[in-house]
Design a protein around this ligand. Sequence first.
Ligand code: TRP
Length: 445
Amino acid sequence: MDQSKIWKGNWTFVLAAAGAAVGLGNIWKFPYLAGESGGGAFVIVYLLCILLLGLPIMIAEIYIGRYGRKSPINSVKRIINDFNLNKLWLILGWLGALAGLLILSYYSVIAGIAASYIFSSIPASELNPAEYSVEHYSNFKSSPLTMIFWHSLFIGVTCYVVGKGVVDGIGRAINILMPILFFLVIVLCIYSSVTGEFIKTFTFLFNPDFSKITPEVVITAMGQAFFTLSIGMGSIMAYGAYMPQEQMIGKTVLIVIFLDTLVALLAGFTIFPIVFSNPELSVFVGKGLLFESLPVAFHSMPLGAIFHSIFFILVSIAALSSSVSLIEPFTAWIEEEKIFSRLKGVIILGLIAWFIGLGTVFSDNIWANYEISGLNFFEWTTVLTDQFMLPLGGLLICLLVGFFIPRVELEKDLNLTGNISKVFSVCLKIVAPLSVLLIFGYALS
Ligand code: TRP
C-alpha cells in the first residue's frame, strides 16, 4: 500500500473507529432493544457479549486489515495466498460487503428520520408534549414520500462523502463534531436523570430479572453487540488497513469499546427517565422510542428548541460517520480492482442500498401488514444482518486468525507476550467461536 494512505498518529484511527462504532446503534437502537427485551436481562447479556466476543473479534478484524493493507476482500485474499489457505475463506469478505449494503439500506431510513427531526421540535405552547410527540412520529411514518425524501438525502450525502474519500472530508469533521456530541449526550443525560425517573431507570437497566433471559433476548443482545461495535462486516477491517504499523491494537480497541459502551449507557440514562415519567410514552414502542421520548425532554428544557435541533444535527453526523464505514469496504474493493472509479462505484452501491431501503420505508405504512413469521421487512433485514450475518462474519474472523495465522506472527504484530498472549489465543480459538455457536444453537432451539 502506498505509505501516504497510512494515517499519521494514533488518534486518527481511534477517532475513525469510534466514529464508525458510535452512531444510531448507541443512541437509537440500544435503548429501544433494551426497552423491548426487558431491560437488565438484555443489558447483562449485551455487556458480556461486548467483552467476550467484541474485544477479541475487533482485535482480530483489525489485524487482518492491517496485515493485508487493502480492502477487506483483498486483505482476506492476501492472507489466503500468504498462508496457503482454502479459497473459501473469501466468503468472509463477500458476506461483509453484502451485509454492509443491507445494513445501510435501513440505517439510512432511520438516519433520515433523525435528520428530519432537526426541524421538528415540539411547539413551546404545547400543553401535552408527550401526546404531541407520539402523534408527530406516527404522522411522519404514515407518509412514504416524506420518508423516501429524507432517506434519499441521507444516502446521497453518504455517497458524496465516500466518493470524495473518507480521510479528508469526514475525518476532519469527526475530530470536531464527535467531542461535541459526546458533551451534549452527557449534558442531556444529567438533565433527564435529574428531572426524570433516575432510580427507576437504574433498576430497569441494571437489575436483571433472570427469568427474562430467553433465546430471543440472548440472540438480540449478541446481534446488538456486533452491530454497535461495527464488527463482523469489514468496516473495522477496512480502517485497520490505514492503521500505523507501530500502533498497539489491543489498547486502541479497549478505548473504542469503552467509548462505545459509555455512549450507549448514557443514551439509556437519557431516554428512560423521560419515558418513565410520562405515562403517554412506553418502553415497548420499538424503533420509535428515541423519536417519541427525547423531544419531550427538550420541550421542558430552557432553550429546548435550540438544543433539540443541535442534538438531532449531531445524531445525524454520528450516523453519517457510521454509514460511510458501511459502504467504504465494498467501494474500496471496486476502486482497487479498477472496475469503476470510486465515485461511480459508490453511486451504484448507494442506489442498490437505496432501493432495498424502500422496503424499510414501506414497513411503516403501505406494507405494515405484510409479515412473515411475525416480522416485517425492516425487522427481517435487521435480524438477518445483526443476528446472522455479523456473528457469522465474526466467527469466521476468529477461526481464521485463531487457527491459521501462526502464533509467533500474531505475538509480534499485536505486541503480545506471556499470559496475555495465551488468554487472547484461548479467547479467539475457543471462547468467542463457541459462544457464537452456542447462541446460534440456543436461538434455534
Ligand atoms: N456501529 C454503528 C452504529 O452503532 C453502525 C455500523 C457502522 C455498523 N459500521 C458497521 C454495524 C458495520 C455493523 C457493521 O451505529
